[in-house]
Design a binder for this molecule. Structure first.
Ligand SMILES: Cc1ncc(COP(=O)(O)O)c(C=O)c1O
Length: 419
């Protein structure tokens, strides 16, 4: 059959799906799969959570598109007030957008207006999106940038401490990375020209690598010293994915700008940029915008999603299932030296494959394990990492104990079959 779809989308599977419910998707052939992709860490409340479906249905009957420049609808302020309750520190004012890339670009635009400075510092292995500036800020794979030069200038790349090793080795790497940021500020982008540092507290596409707390705290101190804004890109890690509402919380660091998308609205395209009012007020009316930002259904979906995520016992389940997953994967790793590392907070968990003899990243084995889990365990997984040698586990946060046990068994069988 001739396809009229663009060839640009890479395919994780060739499954044709008909419906989704909770952690499961059903294909047109009636096969059911346990979906540990969550549509790339989006459907945190599971597919078609009844509360989210009902909120969308109700809102669609009243207003689909009440454009924010033309008039104001009644979901805008309640959502902003809720986000102000949840966001770290004194972030209390919000701009709404439609996608992660749009929001990361918007955050940089805000930082430029707020500081009057042109440049940004990003970190090796980051993914911030597919638009031109977001692409220039993305270094997780060359494939995301190849063939698109020239990319916007004013982006400087610092190393991210993603080393797997002893505590002492990690500490040394944190020092090296912080020193490199100081070196960048002395040698390439002067503080007076640096608007922001933008960082994923847990690298997503880059391989599910958590930033050590001391690294986040060190960066925050450097930012404060020089009047540089600290932008946390929590597009993938936010909204309880890591077991806290935002991944940066355990470090105690308060970002100046927070970028949110993915898990915020259970799959309805929605994103937000948050900042303290004093920072956000640097945007005069008309300085930024967009036709669809603040879409009424998106706001309703986000409010319903937040209602689910903040219900009693919900966060406890995320952390308990995360512990169950890490424990299960570590038991597999203990038997199979091809597994070099199991890491990650909450339900943002990585299993990394390397050749035990050489330490070389093993993308081929990673792909084989994913394929085996799909074919024999009916479990859907995705990879991550610059070398494609990481399986990232990002199940819906509603996953229960028996679903998690099923997934761990499928991975154990897949690793055993390929080891
Ligand atoms: C951390 C991070 N930032 C930004 C983006 C871009 O989001 P979107 O695909 O919605 O543009 C992603 C997408 O994976 C992401 O993981």
């Amino acid at each position: 059959m001739t396809s009229h779809l663009s060839s640009a989308w890479f395919q994780v599977t060739d499954l044709q799906v008909e419906s989704g419910e909770g952690c499961w998707v059903t294909t047109v052939d009636g096969d059911r799969y346990l979906d540990f992709t969550s549509g790339i860490a989006v459907t945190s409340t599971g597919h078609c959570h009844p509360a989210v479906v009902e909120a969308i249905r109700e809102q669609a009957g009243r207003f689909i598109h009440a454009q924010v420049n033309c008039y104001r609808h009644d979901q805008l302020e309640p959502l902003a007030a809720k986000l102000a309750e949840l966001a770290p520190g004194d972030i209390d004012t919000f701009f709404y957008a439609n996608s992660g890339a749009e929001a990361t670009e918007g955050a940089v635009k805000l930082a430029k207006h707020a500081t009057g400075r042109p440049n940004v510092i990003v970190f090796q292995g980051s993914f911030h999106g597919r638009t031109h500036l977001a692409m220039a800020m993305t270094t997780s794979k060359t494939g995301y940038r190849a063939g698109y030069a020239p990319l916007p200038s004013g982006v400087f790349v610092a190393p991210f401490p993603s080393v797997v090793g002893t505590d002492a080795e990690v500490e040394a790497e944190v020092d090296r990375c912080l020193d490199y940021v100081r070196y960048l500020l002395a040698g390439q982008t002067a503080p007076a020209e640096t608007a922001a540092m933008i960082l994923e507290p847990v690298l997503g596409e880059g391989g599910y690598c958590p930033a050590p707390d001391r690294f986040l705290q060190g960066l925050s101190a450097i930012c404060k010293e020089h009047g540089i804004l600290f932008v946390a890109d929590e597009v993938q890690a936010g909204f309880l994915r890591t077991g806290t509402m935002f991944a940066i919380e355990p470090s105690g660091v308060q970002p100046d700008i927070l970028v949110m998308a993915k898990g915020i609205a259970s799959g309805f395209p929605f994103a937000a940029i948050g900042a303290p009012k004093a920072v956000m007020d640097h945007w005069a009316p008309g300085a930024h915008g967009g036709t669809y930002g603040g879409n009424a259904i998106g706001c309703a979906a986000a409010l319903a999603t937040i209602g689910v995520l903040t219900a009693d016992g919900f966060a406890e389940n995320v952390n308990a299932r995360g512990d169950q997953l890490r424990e299960g994967l570590r038991a597999v790793a203990a038997e199979h030296p091809v597994v070099a590392d199991v890491r990650g907070p909450g339900l943002m968990v990585a299993m990394e494959f390397r050749d035990p003899a050489t330490g070389a990243p093993d993308a081929a084995r990673t792909a084989t394990v994913i394929a085996h889990a799909r074919e024999h365990g009916k479990l859907l997984l995705m990879n991550a990492g610059t070398w494609g040698n990481v399986i990232r586990f990002m199940p819906p946060l509603v996953v229960d104990e028996s679903e998690m046990a099923t997934a761990v068994d499928a991975v154990a069988a897949a690793v055993a079959a390929t080891a």
